[in-house]
Design a protein. Structure first.
Length: 369
């Protein structure tokens, strides 16, 4: 009997008919053909043979080189954010084109692509000092998968095109301890300035570095006690030059409203500018994220606090919220994540103290003295 998805059915005249994709139009739409027989088994056998024949023919019909396909792929994705576009361009020019660029797309089977990925992991660094990070190789795989989907949709490629991205081990992300967070807060409140204001904001709201650098006073409603994230700033590398770019945040969910604590509102009211301007510069030009990283390092050194990356402020905020009992959904929205799973996997890292407290509580429930 016919199975769902086989495209085989019995006609009113008693014959059996099977349909298969014989070709694709330039816009990617399928062109169907039919074969006929006196029984289901006969049509099924003929259909399998016809599909195999078509598959072999279509694999060889894609005449593009990988370089040509990637150029078409970049043109089709020209409207994505400048930061993503330049990231993909660098991956293509530095890591994909030198290895695969001259090859025909039809040659890219699973064996070829797996060998390419293994080589990148083993010896892909441009300085010759070992392999690329799994995250970089995974980004390369994302570009290749998307380009091959375009080839299937528009350019008659029907090879397997399977490219297996490497697994990425989740790193144990650092956070500032509760005591260190208190010392940061105390140092900021002792002598607040534009730069130190950003440290407290990130520790209290979980803002990303680019978001706080792009923040304007008009984004903060002191009456409602709400901060609105509407833009971010990046330093984009175009190869021989770089450019500071102001754009919309990382994702749709990153455009968000964050409630402010009474402590944070008090500090902001004291420091508010009379005119609308960038919070951290007092001018129309946003602060360079690299400059803020450097200032934060100097701040930590001056206050004898262990040196850590600026992003650790965001990690610390997320961890403290979880330890304080905030529900994951609310935290995910405040952080601007695409989904709750991202919050759980990437930004919430239970401390040793919280693990110990949970185990002590479990021990008490078990009646262990």
């Amino acid at each position: 009997m016919p199975r769902r998805g086989e495209n085989i059915y019995k006609r009113k005249d008693g014959r059996w008919e099977g349909r298969y994709i014989a070709d694709r139009k330039p816009d990617g739409k399928a062109v169907y053909r039919s074969i006929y027989g006196t029984s289901y088994a006969q049509v099924r056998e003929r259909l399998v043979a016809k599909r195999q024949e078509t598959h072999k023919r279509q694999i060889g019909s894609c005449k593009l080189t990988v370089n040509e396909l990637l150029a078409l792929w970049q043109a089709e994705n020209s409207q994505i954010k400048a930061t993503s576009r330049e990231r993909y361009r660098a991956l293509i020019e530095l890591h994909i084109q030198p290895e695969l660029g001259a090859r025909k797309v039809r040659e890219l089977n699973e064996e070829v692509l797996d060998a390419f990925v293994r080589k990148k992991l083993r010896s892909g660094r441009l300085d010759g000092r070992g392999g690329l990070a799994p995250k970089t190789v995974r980004d390369i795989c994302i570009v290749m998968k998307s380009a091959l989907k375009l080839a299937k949709r528009k350019y008659r490629y029907s090879g397997d095109g399977g490219i297996n991205a490497p697994a990425i081990r989740q790193k144990q992300v650092e956070v500032f301890s509760q005591l260190e967070s208190q010392r940061i807060t105390a140092a900021v409140l002792k002598k607040p300035d534009r730069s130190s204001l950003s440290y407290l904001l990130c520790l209290e709201t979980g803002l990303r570095l680019g978001e706080v650098c792009a923040l304007r006073w008009s984004d903060i409603d002191l009456a409602e006690g709400v901060l609105r994230v509407q833009r971010t700033v990046y330093r984009i590398n175009y190869g021989k030059r770089t450019e500071l770019v102001l754009q919309t945040p990382k994702s749709e969910n990153s455009v968000r409203a964050i409630p402010l604590t009474a402590k944070m509102l008090s500090v902001l009211r004291q420091m508010k500018d009379k005119k609308d301007c960038c919070l951290l510069t007092g001018t129309e030009r946003p602060l360079e994220p690299r400059t803020m990283q450097y200032r934060f390092r100097r701040f930590l050194e001056k206050n004898n606090i262990p040196i850590r990356n600026y992003h650790v402020l965001r990690h610390s905020f997320a961890t403290r919220c979880i330890e304080g009992g905030m529900d994951i959904k609310s935290l995910s929205e405040i952080l601007g994540h695409a989904n709750v799973q991202t919050t759980l996997q990437m930004y919430v890292h239970p401390s040793m103290a919280s693990k110990r407290a949970a185990m002590e509580a479990a021990s008490m429930l078990a009646g262990i003295a």
